[in-house]
Write a protein that binds this ligand. Structure first.
Ligand code: AMP
Length: 293
C-alpha cells in the first residue's frame, strides 16, 4: 500500500514506484527538466551540494533515499548503515528550500519484489579494478539499482560525487550502454574541516577516529607531491610505508590509475590524466577517497 506524506510543508515523500511515476508524469506535463540525485541517506553537506548543483540545471529535483542491499558485499556494513528518513527529509526541506522536490524512499520490496538479486553488468573493465576487485558484486548492485531508478525517473540530468570516482565513470558507461538520454554530472568531493571526505559512514567514527582519519587526505597530498618526481610504483611503495607506521589506520589499497580507463599507471607520460585512489579502515569503518594528481 502506498503511504505518501509531507514531513515538512514543502517536501513530498513517496514510498512506491507507482506513486512516483504518476507524480513525475504530472511534473513532465508541465515541461519541467528533471534533475536526479540518488543517495543512501544519512545526508551530509556533500549530498546537499549535489542537490544544489542539480537544481541549477533542472526545474524539478528527485532525491532517492535507499540503502541498496545488493551493492553491499558485507552484511555487517549493510546492517550498520545509518538510516533516519525523517532527519534526511528535514535536511532537504531546510537546505534546498524549494517545493519543486520529491523524495523517493522505497522499501526493498518496492524495488526488488521478492527476489533481492542483482543483474550482471560489464563496464569495459571499469568494474574489475579497485572497488570492483575488493567488493565482489558491488557494481552489479550499483548497475541494477541505477538502471531501475533511471528507467523509473527518466531524469534529464543526474549528479554523482567524485568521492566515488570509479562509480561516476561506471554510471557514465551504464548510461551510454543503455542508450539513456541522461546527462551525468560529476561534482567535487566535499570535506570536513580536517579534510576528511564527508561520508555517511563517518557517523560511525569516534571523535578520535575522525581526527586520525584526517591522515587519509594528508597521505593523498603527500602522494601527489611524491608522484611529481617518482614513478607510480615508487609512490605506491612510499604510501604503503607511511601506513605501515600508522597503528590506527589499516590501508586496504592505494592505487594510481588513469582517470578514464581506471587502469593502473605503469608508465607516466606528459599530459596524462592520473588520479590516486585509496581505501583505509579506521575503527572498522571503510573509508574511501581519491585525489587528482
Ligand atoms: P551515498 O549516499 O554515499 O551512496 O552517496 C550518494 C551520492 O553522494 C554519490 O554520488 C556520492 O558520490 C555522493 N557523495 C557522497 N559523499 C560525498 C562527498 N563527500 N562529496 C561529494 N559527493 C559525495
Amino acid at each position: 500500500m502506498f503511504v505518501g506524506y509531507c514531513l515538512q510543508p514543502m517536501i513530498t515523500t513517496v514510498h512506491t514506484h507507482s506513486k512516483l511515476s504518476k507524480h513525475l508524469d504530472a511534473v513532465r506535463a508541465k515541461g519541467y527538466r528533471i534533475g536526479f540525485v540518488p543517495t543512501m541517506g544519512a545526508l551530509h553537506a556533500g549530498h546537499i551540494a549535489l542537490m544544489q548543483q542539480a537544481m541549477t540545471m533542472a526545474d524539478y529535483l528527485v532525491v532517492s533515499i535507499f540503502v541498496n542491499p545488493t551493492q553491499f558485499n558485507n552484511a555487517q556494513d549493510l546492517e550498520k548503515y545509518p538510516r533516519d528518513l525523517e532527519k534526511d527529509a528535514a535536511i532537504i526541506a531546510t537546505k534546498i528550500a524549494s517545493n519543486q522536490v520529491v523524495i523517493y524512499a522505497p522499501t526493498v520490496a518496492d524495488v526488488y519484489g521478492a527476489q533481492v538479486t542483482a543483474q550482471k553488468y560489464r563496464f569495459d573493465g571499469l568494474e574489475q579494478v579497485m572497488e570492483g576487485a575488493n567488493r565482489p558484486g558491488h557494481f552489479d548492485g550499483v548497475g541494477t539499482i541505477l538502471a531501475f531508478l533511471f528507467t523509473l525517473i527518466k531524469p534529464h540530468i543526474a549528479v554523482f560525487g567524485e568521492k566515488d570516482f570509479q562509480q561516476l565513470q561506471i554510471v557514465k558507461k551504464l548510461v551510454s550502454n543503455l542508450l539513456l538520454p541522461i546527462t551525468i554530472i560529476g561534482a567535487p568531493i566535499h570535506r570536513e574541516e580536517n579534510m576528511l571526505a564527508m561520508s555517511s559512514r563517518n557517523e560511525r567514527l569516534s571523535s578520535s577516529g575522525k581526527a586520525q582519519a584526517a591522515f587519509i587526505y594528508t597521505s593523498l597530498t603527500l602522494a601527489k607531491a611524491y608522484f611529481a618526481n617518482h614513478s607510480s610504483k615508487k609512490t605506491t611503495a612510499y604510501i604503503e610505508r607511511l601506513y605501515a607506521a600508522q597503528d590506527a589506520l589499516s590501508l586496504e589499497y592505494f592505487n594510481i590509475a588513469h582517470e578514464d580507463t581506471l587502469k593502473p599507471v605503469t608508465r607516466k607520460t606528459t599530459g596524462g590524466n592520473y588520479r590516486a585512489f585509496i581505501v583505509v579502515l579506521v575503527e572498522g569503518v571503510r573509508l574511501i577517497d581519491n585525489l587528482k594528481l
